[in-house]
Ligand binder design. Sequence first.
Ligand code: GCU
Length: 580
Amino acid sequence: MQNIKNRDHLNLNGRWNYIIDPYQMGYLDYRQKPFDESLSGEGGFYDNRIQQEKSERIEYDFNNSPTLKVPGDWNSQVEKLELYEGSIWYKKDFSVDKDNLKRYFLHFGAVNYEAHVYLNGEKLGIHTGGFTPFQFEITSKIKEGDNFIVLMVDNTRKKDAIPTINTDWWNYGGITRDVTLVITPETYISDYKIQLAKNNSEMLEGFVKLEGKNLPQNLKLEIPEINFDQTLSINSEGLSLIEIPIKNIDLWSPENPKLYEVTISSSLDTVSDKIGFRTIKTKGKDILLNGTSVFLKGISMHDENPLVEGRLRGEADMRMMLEWAKELGCNFVRLAHYTHNEEMLKLADELGLMVWAEIPVYWTISWKNPATYANALAQLTTGIERDKNRTSVIIWSVGNETPIKPSRNQFMQNLIKAVRKLDDTRLVAAALEVEIEDEEIKVEDPLGEFLDLASFNEYAGWYWGEIDKLPEYEFSIAYDKPVIITEFGAGALQGFHGDKNTVWTEEHQAYLYENQLKMLEKIENLRGMSPWILIDFKSPRRQHPVYQNFWNRKGLISENGQKKKAFFKLQEYYSKKNRD
Ligand code: GCU
């Protein structure tokens, strides 16, 4: 369902009881057979445990169990769970005055990684994927008065999963985003896309979809600020297609992040949203925002709040991250490497930051496994469907640093096709890798042919090459497309100072930025960058006891919010960089 927050709803965030279950005692019998084979039938934690209740030999008790905050990962809330990977059960009681004319949906913003969801002891279903929303309709299952939700959340890493077992970020487990009980009329506005046509900033294009038995004849689409008021007919499927000329639109851009109150109303339901209108496309080596060439002054970031360790929890956290990006002089952010919180995108709309959105097809996944592809496609589709009205999103990325080989090429090409089918109004890209030959950096990945940008990560001066020589390095890029450097960077421990050649010092990191920028400025098609990374972040791959301590130190800001010297190097570069 589109736009949860602007509907009648009950917020189910707060403290949830939890039980740590490393052996999945609540799910598997001693023969490791799942209790609840059937999705719809009784079973699982409750079936088995309810038998126990009758036998008084109960070996669990939610109500006397400790609690975790939701939304929030478990790793940063309980010390012994910092590195915990496995299953944890959550329980939440809630009460409703049930209205039999209404419909009820249980919506999760994100749960990492696999969620088994039960309502009042009955299984609703399973969701896989730690960064995208999912919901269950519970109209026939919710009771008047007291109800309870139980989840088994398992963040065990798996080879065939998306992401796979190896990532350079913390595997935060739990109910990491909002839980909402959404209440709608019987026939409601389930989905809509209202944006400008790809190549015409005077044409509104999209659709509205209604779900329910009592489909009205038509609906109204209004943008009061520009006296836009249209009545649209609805077909027998509940679908209304939009292709309407529109005038006097103040186009959205970083300099002018104009958003309009847009209201869709039918006789039974009304939904409002704040939407910006802009066009984005490429032309030769340029990226055209509203028809004018733009340079993407960016920075990469994870969905993590280093100050209060853990996943970003709410608007204040997210605004803090984006405000830092603005302070750096950015008009663009790369939200790496998975679908970020919906609120983050709405804030980017408001603050005027263009967005690179990505799915966690990261490094080496199981390219030949159809289930892995289906999982990647599901995350891609859900992310695009959720954020298709977010004007800030200009680029959909299908992955990061994936190895060049036939099975991968096919997998990625299929994802690219899927994006173009789902949304042809935005650019499609991936963070490619480079080859190095002597002092030449080559970008020849065959996938580049199918993408709108020549976008790649290069760690010259850090993982390879000589920092002093960077300005002499040359690029050979096989594609005459806009070039975006999606990652470069170096680690530095904030507060550690020394000469520019001493690794891990702030001076060394700043020196790398200085020479990288000189090197990159030589690329004729350079149209943007998102250096790695805004702020230090947690990674289980970073074990140096003095300089890292489970922190990736490539941030321009430390985990205490202290800016490093390189922050000001990049800020200065962006302050001099023209819009185009
Ligand atoms: C990689 C990768 C990042 C990682 C970074 C690093 O390129 O995309 O996820 O954190 O490099 O090594 O710091």
